[in-house]
Design a protein around this ligand. Structure first.
Ligand code: PMP
Length: 409
């Protein structure tokens, strides 16, 4: 039995968990974006206020302080994911991280006749950047199927991979089904044919203990706003030797060594990939978010948070399975995410009725239209949990679903 996360009992840590009228808001859309702890809001506000200055350039002390704060955030992220500081590139979000890899590494290493392996359950942001690259260089995309349960079919992956595959790009945790990929096995399969593995860690980073070495991936991306931090910042982690060889993808200030009209030389990684004034205040607030997350997760750490969310998923699935008109999607055991459909009720209508009960779920295709096509449905209703979620959210959800049943007869 693992103790639940130490979020204060009345959720005052999270102003976003209340309505403007001061009522509890049952936020079940953490997979889309997480509510922010007050410490993150305070860190951001301090960084924008009395601490504010640019980084990397100023000779005055406040800029030097800000530079220390910005680089400390990089170190904090590296510690959180079990990587090295110089392997952490700050980007705008996971989407930008994948585009960076596709354009820089992909542009240099993927050519005509090469193949890119994705899966049926990917988010659009792990599909479209590869389509843009494939079209530009004349490469082909293959799609690994998923099992009945909604997991990426690793037997199929192993059978489909060939030496023509240069990259395998997969969701570590599905944002629709919550299914968790066995990263080690995917990495072994990719490496066996000489391909690299990119993990889309948007949904795993906020809910699982991470250690880049253990996962065995070559690239990992995540978004700060799903990690209880601000929008506008994300992370691309890439293995040091790979990052060192990657060409720049955007040009500008801060990413150079020497600039002349005849020839420009570039800064080493990670700065080579961070053109322009970076997301200074966002990095500092992300640092505060990781501090909050690990402190609140308590002694069991991120593994404890995973267990907490997983038990909420089991409880929710059990309650939902008692309702005949509800079909559950995805595996029994998943990482903090439950998708379902209700016969005769469009997920949008369900979402609207739940909204009247102060329950916020997501309804739609969740930026995974190829998965919806495969499941033969236009949309799902999705409840997703976070560090602040508890039984009362499930009670409120079920109350709203019962009301919906009554309304739709
Ligand atoms: N991949 C997955 C699995 C996601 O859940 C999301 C966000 N919904 C993204 C990628 C894109 O993240 P962002 O919009 O923060 O770049």
């Amino acid at each position: 039995n693992i103790a639940p996360p130490r979020v204060d009992a009345d959720w005052t840590d999270f102003p976003g968990l209340y309505t403007p009228e001061g009522e509890r808001w049952h936020y079940l859309d953490t997979a889309a974006t997480a509510q922010k702890p007050q410490t993150v809001i305070d860190a951001m506000s301090r960084a924008l206020g009395m601490d504010y200055a640019t980084v990397h350039r100023g000779v005055y002390s406040r800029s030097a302080q800000m530079t220390l704060g910005f680089e400390a955030a990089r170190k904090r992220v590296a510690d959180f994911i079990g990587g090295k500081e110089d392997e952490v590139v700050f980007v705008r979000g996971a989407t930008e991280g994948i585009n960076l890899v596709a354009q820089s590494w992909g542009g240099a290493n993927i050519g005509a006749g090469d193949r890119i392996m994705l899966s049926q359950l990917e988010h659009h942001s792990n599909i479209v950047p590869w389509q843009l690259l494939a079209k530009r260089v004349g490469a082909e995309i293959d799609v690994c199927p998923i099992t009945e349960d909604g997991e990426i079919d690793l037997d199929a992956l192993e059978a489909m991979l060939t030496p023509h595959h240069k990259i395998v790009a997969l969701a570590h945790v599905s944002n629709v089904l919550g299914s968790v990929l066995s990263a080690k096995r995917a990495a072994a399969a990719a490496h066996a044919v000489g391909a690299k593995l990119l993990l889309d860690g948007c949904q795993s980073a906020p809910r699982m203990r991470l250690a880049m070495d253990e996962l065995g991936c070559d690239f990992f991306v995540m978004s700060g706003h799903k990690l209880y931090g601000p929008t506008g910042i994300g992370v691309l982690w890439a293995r040091e030797d790979i990052l060192a060889e990657m060409p720049p993808w955007q040009g500008g200030g801060a990413m150079i060594d020497q600039v002349a009209f005849e020839k420009t030389t570039y800064a080493p990684a990670p700065q080579r990939f961070e053109a322009g004034t970076p997301m200074i205040t966002e990095a500092i607030a992300l640092h505060a978010a990781l501090d909050y997350l690990e402190a609140a997760a308590g002694e069991a750490g991120m593994a404890g948070l995973y267990a907490h969310e997983n038990s909420l998923v089991r409880q929710t699935r059990e309650e939902l399975s008692r309702i005949n008109s509800i079909r559950l999607l995805g595996p029994e055991s998943s990482a903090g995410i439950v998708s379902f459909v209700m016969e005769g009720v469009h997920p949008h209508d369900l979402g609207t009725i739940l909204d009247e009960e102060n329950v916020a779920i997501r309804a739609g295709h969740h930026c995974a239209q190829p998965l919806m096509e495969h499941l033969g449905i236009p949309a799902t209703a999705r409840a997703s949990f976070g560090i602040y979620s508890d039984d009362s959210d499930i009670v409120a959800l079920m109350r709203g679903i019962e009301r919906t049943q009554k309304i739709f007869g």
